[in-house]
Design a protein around this ligand. Structure first.
Ligand code: ADP
Ligand code: MG
Length: 451
């Protein structure tokens, strides 16, 4: 359980937040349906108390039910607690392997309650998607089937999938639905076929009224899986069940999936979510700022919105950082100067963690994996387009993330001249201004490398 909490927190929280709040927390014990956690300051305590989704998700996954979480500081601990902590054992055993059988009926939806339509801020860049998403909850399987939502990372795709699911369940309480990432779908399939439990897999996915499948760009290109998904899609579509898919790219660019599947994605409606404009960023920040209990003057909100214009996830991360600093400085009103300092901290801690963990080999490995190329090709002589592009991206990332000198980068790529490196960096820098595909590639790779 505790491992899972940490994993989820690492995936879902900004790194600085994780390092500060979660990493120092310790599990005292899990026994019965109670978990006790030790943390050493009141501010930490407040923060942890608000992470109910995190604890609920982890305990549901591991134990199949929700634990009551008690957060203690050193002073709150009794002798018994101390003893328990020294043994530091989760006395409750994890759910045995037949877990999946017990949860098949009723379906485990995987929905996260915190993502709703109420807390999704509308803007020009998501209005059409939002309208389609809402329509689906009223008339599923009808107008927009499937609904295919694409857009870069951090723009609210996962949020919307959960919002659709939660709203759907409200309007159709007896319906069966599942939220699942493509990776989890693949894992589920692989496990089922290995354990010879294909029946329960088929029963689980083909009897749905609503399938919410996240990040289809991560769908494995293994034949068996793809075929199973194709069958699932057809079975659901045929009986009028609603399907919603998300991806970081349009269907036409899903190279790992076959034509016959991709063409089905365009049967319904395809919508694109893009980076929110300044006003929408302000609205998103105001919405979230309200929940901090602090007073955020408009200038401060506007300052943050002007500084962070990449995606909503980073916007949230920045706001968290500002909230944190304001609370540490015991300010109830958050001045611009605090926001400035917080964002500065965030930037320097990002570049710090990059420098600590990254090196040229890691960047090359990640780039070659991402483009499905042998790593040797990056440094080799081949000039075919795909390889040349991947090589340019790798050079760009090394320059950008590690600030390595041009001649040194050239050396690393089969003793190429520094002018070649300079050219590569310039090409990618230019493309980043107006080429969606390059923006996405660089964005994805940076996230992989920094995460
Ligand atoms: P994606 O799945 O597209 O990578 P997420 O759905 O995980 O993005 O969104 C990242 C974070 O930003 C989430 O915490 C989400 O709640 C928030 N978010 C994204 N878009 C909006 C929006 N329009 N209004 C409010 N919060 C948003
Ligand atoms: Mg997502």
């Amino acid at each position: 359980f505790w491992n899972r909490v940490n994993e989820l927190a690492r995936q879902n929280l900004p790194k600085a937040t994780y390092d500060y709040f979660i990493a120092p927390a310790k599990l005292i014990s899990v026994s019965g349906n109670k978990a006790k956690i030790l943390i050493n300051s009141d501010m930490h305590k407040d923060f942890l108390k608000r992470q109910t989704d995190l604890f609920n998700t982890a305990s549901l996954e591991v134990y199949g039910d929700v634990l009551t979480i008690k957060i203690l500081s050193d002073a709150d601990m009794s002798d018994a607690d101390r003893k328990e902590m020294n043994r530091s054992i989760e006395t409750r055993t994890e759910t045995p392997d037949n877990f999946s059988e017990t949860i098949l009926e009723p379906v485990r939806t995987n929905l996260q309650k915190k993502y709703s339509f109420d807390n999704f801020v509308a803007g020009d860049q998501n209005r059409m998607t939002l309208a389609a998403a809402l329509t689906i909850t009223d008339s599923p399987g009808d107008l927009y089937n499937p609904l295919f939502i694409f857009g870069n990372s951090g723009l609210g795709k996962t949020h919307l999938l959960h919002a659709i699911g939660n709203e759907f369940l409200k309007k159709h309480p007896r319906s069966r639905l599942i939220y699942v990432s493509s990776e989890a779908f693949v894992t589920d399939y692989v496990n089922a076929s290995r354990k010879k439990q294909m029946d329960s897999f088929v029963e689980k996915y083909r009897n749905l009224d609503l399938l919410l499948l996240d990040d289809v760009q991560f769908f494995s290109d293994k034949e068996g899986t793809k075929n199973e998904f194709f069958q699932t899609f057809n079975a659901l579509h045929e009986k009028g069940a609603q399907i919603v898919l998300t991806s970081d790219r349009p269907p036409s660019e899903l190279n790992n999936l076959e034509e016959r599947l991709v063409s089905r994605f365009s049967w319904g409606l395809t919508t694109n979510i893009t980076i929110p404009d300044f006003e929408t960023r302000m609205a998103i920040l105001m919405n979230k700022a309200e929940k901090t209990g602090l007073n955020f003057p408009d200038e401060t909100i506007s300052y943050i919105a002007s500084q962070i214009n990449s995606n909503v996830r980073e916007l949230e991360g920045a706001l968290n950082q500002v909230e944190f600093l304001a609370k540490m400085e015991k300010n109830s009103t958050v001045e611009i100067s605090t926001a400035e300092k917080a964002i500065e901290n965030l930037r320097s801690s990002n570049s710090h963690s990059r420098k600590n963990n990254l090196n040229i080999t890691k960047i090359k490995d990640e780039v070659s994996k991402y483009f499905h190329l042998p790593v040797a090709d990056l440094s080799g002589p081949k000039r075919i387009k795909e390889i040349a592009y991947a090589r340019q991206v790798a050079m760009f990332l090394i320059r950008d993330l590690l600030a390595t000198s041009l001649p040194a980068i050239g050396q690393e790529f089969g003793k190429r001249d520094h002018t070649t490196v300079m050219y590569a960096v310039r090409v990618i820098t230019d493309k980043l201004k107006n080429d969606n595909e390059t923006q996405r590639d660089v964005d994805n790779l940076k996230r992989k490398l920094e995460g």
